[in-house]
Design a protein around this ligand. Structure first.
Ligand SMILES: Nc1ncnc2c1ncn2[C@@H]1O[C@H](COP(=O)(O)OP(=O)(O)OP(=O)(O)O)[C@@H](O)[C@H]1O
Ligand SMILES: [Mg+2]
Length: 372
């Protein structure tokens, strides 16, 4: 079932939770809605489900406007942000719920068969007589999913389905959800504020901010060609340095060297460079002079913090342990640094804070990975 979302506005007590949202979703796609807290992800999902009504705009399922269709008739399976299984019902009764309340209720035998199939699909065979309190968090999430799948939804909507779980379980369930999606082929929209989860799992990622869509693209597009400073920032750490573009040539403030710029930008710019898109170059090559302040080795990665000679600004590099110009660096060393790729945006009126992780020497790698 393809879904078209056209010009959706939704205001809660003067607050625009959705501010002109347009999105086309193809049949069978797995789409991630990614954005910070309060950006409108749940509101958009609830609007698609029919649990919330837009002030303006339309939602079409397979070309048909569903504004006047009650939730029950939309054929959506929904897993809520804070999963709620019926506590007084067994796992089997929870899964059967959507079928039991149907007008055209299948026979007892048919329901039992379907429940068993679903239990197998979510890998919980044999747990049908348990109650929700007798399950782990991850098992409960899978029961919630099975319950949503029971009605054979045309559209599956998942609001942070793995939000409450620890990192390891999340990773397992993530892989499992992708396989499940490929098996069932349901059009699926899931909400997350975890960048890695969105990039790894989804066919396309919809990046939301303040009730608007900033960018829609596959993982490579949103990560490697972020359309806005917000997307650049939200999807990973980044060095932000001042510069200027003239005649399609970029110059960093305080440097005479120039880099070709394919961007349309001209005038004063902010240059966005990810730590792994900076390299150490020969002292004669075009680049920026800097002094190393900190070196961290984490497996195959060398993280170097340095201050620029021109501005004293802190920059962060992420290099391979195989990089001969990087591997023997010590604090105090003079280095020359050049970008491999970068994004250019008009210079912000107020200095944007860079979003480099705080560097903690010798902290375990997993603590540093997402220090933001
Ligand atoms: N029923 C409501 N009444 C008033 N304001 C609401 C209501 N529902 C949502 N909002 C507001 O709308 C904005 C968007 O909320 P929404 O729940 O869609 O965000 P979200 O992206 O899902 O955030 P989170 O990641 O925290 O779940 C928030 O500022 C929220 O406070
Ligand atoms: Mg939410």
């Amino acid at each position: 079932m393809n879904i078209q979302i056209r010009g959706i506005h939704k205001v809660f007590a003067n607050f625009p939770a959705l501010d002109g949202v347009n999105l086309d979703i193809e049949s069978g796609e797995l789409i991630a809605l990614l954005g910070p807290s309060g950006s409108g992800k749940t509101t958009l999902l609830r609007t698609i489900a029919g649990l919330e009504f837009p002030d303006e705009g339309a939602i079409l399922f397979g070309g048909e406007d569903i504004a006047n269709r009650p939730v029950r008739e939309r054929g959506v399976g929904f897993v809520f942000q804070h999963y709620a299984l019926f506590k007084h019902m067994t796992v089997a009764e929870n899964i059967a719920f959507g079928l039991d309340v149907r007008k055209d209720r299948p026979s007892k035998e048919a329901i039992r068969k379907r429940v068993n199939e679903l239990l197998e699909l979510v890998q919980l065979s044999g747990l049908d007589k348990r109650y929700p309190t007798q399950l782990s968090g991850g098992q409960r999430q899978r029961v919630a999913l099975a319950r949503a799948l029971a009605i054979e939804p045309k559209v599956l909507l998942l609001d942070e389905p793995f939000g409450a779980l620890d990192a390891k379980v999340r990773k397992d369930l993530r892989r499992w959800l992708r396989e499940l999606h490929d098996k069932t082929g349901y059009t699926t929209i899931f909400v997350t504020h975890d960048q890695e989860e969105a990039l790894e799992l989804a066919d396309r990622v919809v990046v939301m901010n303040r009730g608007r869509i900033e960018q829609v693209g596959n993982n490579q597009q949103v990560y490697e060609q972020p359309a806005t400073p917000f997307v650049f920032d939200f999807l990973g750490s980044v060095n932000i340095l001042p510069g200027e573009v003239k005649n399609r040539e970029l110059r960093f403030d305080g440097s005479d060297d120039v880099w070709d710029s394919e961007s349309q930008e001209t005038g004063l710019v902010d240059i966005y460079v990810r730590p792994h898109d900076l390299q150490i170059v020969d002292s004669q090559a075009p680049g920026l002079d800097a002094t190393v302040t900190l070196v961290q080795r984490a497996g195959a990665l060398i993280r170097i913090s340095a201050t620029l000679a021109t501005s004293g600004e802190r920059i962060e590099l992420e290099l391979s342990h195989l990089d001969t110009l990087a591997r023997s660096r010590q604090p105090g060393d003079a280095i020359r640094v050049a970008p491999i790729t970068f994004g250019l945006f008009p210079r912000a009126p107020h200095r944007r804070p860079t979003t480099l992780p705080d560097v903690v020497p010798n902290a375990p790698a997993e603590n540093r990975e997402r220090a933001r």
